[in-house]
Design a protein around this ligand. Structure first.
Ligand SMILES: Nc1ncnc2c1ncn2[C@@H]1O[C@H](COP(=O)(O)OP(=O)(O)OP(=O)(O)O)[C@@H](O)[C@H]1O
Ligand SMILES: [Mg+2]
Length: 273
């Protein structure tokens, strides 16, 4: 993933605002936000809980539209969801009425899948293996642990080989070891297949380890606080975590994020007075 200096913009937020109706009048969540995600970029979005991160991802996924401004995909407004965008939801997006194997096959069977039908079985088997789910091929999601369900959601999204991965805290329910393994697996998948990634995470460590750029958002109504270019190339290795430059960047971003969390907490307190 040796991204050129100025990659072609694939996703573009242009002066995007979102308001939701509420009893106390319109609640402004996203406030005049503009940014771009370039070809093969890995952009992480980080910001306090409830600031509007999932809302922004939902617009890119095609599930909702902004109240004003526009979000463009390859210079065209997003009309709805599509198989070009693999979405990993904050709360594991698996179908409870399908088994592990059937969940992975589901996306593959969609007509626009980039995977030829003859390869479905092999792709399915490969991702079950990679995610440690091979023994559970015929199990139902209710029989899996939270972390296993999350791994299934990842397997399902990767298997379709979408051009875009839109990931909303995809590793949140995983233990530290599995989380680290899943981060490295994601980097491997990206190394092998061209993808453009938007990742929402609460982990600064994760954002620095994985991303080419990090967008730090403010408390609600959310705006861009700072966009940080991560100066490390790919492929990345776990030893990166120990480098002084990594630590400095992590500290800088943590400080920014902590200030916004504090602002959001003050705001929540005021609203509950
Ligand atoms: N459909 C909706 N109707 C009304 N309000 C909504 C709706 N969706 C989100 N909100 C509100 O918009 C704000 C932002 O929500 P969003 O889910 O985007 O936050 P987030 O940044 O993803 O938070 P978290 O880190 O906790 O997941 C919240 O105050 C939420 O209550
Ligand atoms: Mg969210």
């Amino acid at each position: 993933m040796s991204a050129p200096q100025q990659p072609r913009a694939r996703i573009r937020f242009e002066r995007v605002s979102v308001e939701f109706p509420s009893k106390a009048g319109p609640l402004r969540v996203v406030d005049d936000v503009s940014y771009e995600i370039g070809e093969r970029e890995f952009v992480s979005v980080i910001g306090p809980s409830g600031c509007g991160k999932t809302t922004m991802l939902n617009i890119v996924a095609g599930f909702m539209r902004p109240s004003s401004g526009s979000v463009l995909l390859d210079d065209r407004p997003i009309a709805g969801p599509g198989p070009d965008r693999g979405v990993i939801f904050q709360e594991y997006g698996v179908f409870p009425w399908l088994t592990v194997r059937q969940n992975i096959e589901f996306g593959l069977k969609l007509a626009a899948s980039r995977v030829p039908p003859g390869e479905h079985e092999e792709v399915c088997r490969r991702y079950m293996q990679l995610m440690g789910l091979a023994e559970f091929a015929d199990a139902w999601p209710r029989m899996l642990s939270g972390g296993m369900r999350q791994r299934l959601a990842l397997a399902r999204a990767y298997a379709v080989r979408p051009e875009f991965l839109l990931m909303d805290e995809p590793f949140g329910a995983l233990d530290a070891q599995t989380r680290s393994a899943m981060q490295d697996l994601l980097l491997e998948v990206l190394q092998a297949e061209d993808k453009t990634v938007m990742l929402i995470t609460h982990s600064v460590e994760e954002a620095v380890y994985l991303s080419s750029r990090i967008i730090v958002m403010t408390a609600r109504p959310t705006r861009i606080r700072e966009i940080i270019r991560v100066p490390f190339g790919y492929p990345r290795e776990e030893s990166l975590h120990e480098k002084p430059e990594f630590g400095e960047l992590r500290s800088h971003i943590r400080e920014l994020v902590m200030k916004e969390y504090a602002a959001q907490a003050r705001q929540t307190l005021r609203n509950t007075d």
